[in-house]
Design a protein around this ligand. Sequence first.
Ligand SMILES: Cc1cc2nc3c(=O)[nH]c(=O)nc-3n(C[C@H](O)[C@H](O)[C@H](O)COP(=O)(O)O)c2cc1C
Length: 197
Amino acid sequence: MTPDANTPAAAAATSGVLLVLAHPALERSRANRALAKTAKSLPGVTFHDLYEVYPDFSIEIDVEQARLLAHDVIALQFPLYWFSTPSLLKEWLDLVWLHGFAYGLEGNALAGKRLFVACTTGATAKAFHAHGYNRFSMDDYLRPLEQVAYQCGMVWETPFVVHGAAVKTDEALRAEADRYRERLASLTAVQADGLGA
Ligand SMILES: Cc1cc2nc3c(=O)[nH]c(=O)nc-3n(C[C@H](O)[C@H](O)[C@H](O)COP(=O)(O)O)c2cc1C
C-alpha cells in the first residue's frame, strides 16, 4: 500500500508533513510541478494531490480527517487563483475541517499541529504592495488561512511564496525548488528533534 493510496489505513500509516497539493491542471503547470517533484522526493513528506484523487470533487471526509490526524504538519501547496485557493482546496477545507473536528468546543483534532502554506503567484512581488496593482500584501491575501490556523489552535508557519511564477526561467524555478526543499526539510527536522507540536 502506498502512503497516498486513498484508504483510511493509508491515512493512518504515516507521520510528518502532509503535503496537500491543489492544482487543477498540473500537466500545464511549471511552478507547482517543479515544487511538487521536489516535495515528493523528500523523506517524511506524504504527498497528496487533491485534483488527482478527487477529480469529481467527491471528497472522502473520514479518510481525509484520518490523514490529517496522522500528520503533525499540514502543508497546503497551490497557485493563487483569484487571490484565493483553487476551488477544490476550498471544498476540502469546507467539507473536512468540520465543527467538532477542527474547531468548536470539542473540535480540537488539529490543535498543536502546524499549518504551512506554499503558494505561487502570476504577479510579481512588486504588485503585492499598497502602491502596487494588487494593492494588498501577500500576507493580507493569506490572512483567511492564517485565521483558519488560529481558530483550529494550530501554529501558523511563515508561508513559502513564489511570485512571478509564469515568467520565471527554468533555472529560477529550480532555485525555488531548492529553497522549497530546504524549507520542507526544516519542517520535518524540527519534528525529528522533538521540538515540533
Ligand atoms: C483562474 C486563475 C486565476 C488566477 N488568479 C491569480 C491571482 O489572483 N493573482 C496572481 O498573482 N496570479 C493569478 N493567477 C496566475 C497563477 O497564480 C499562476 O499562473 C500560477 O501561480 C503559476 O503556477 P503553475 O505554473 O504551477 O501553474 C491565476 C491563474 C488562473 C488560471
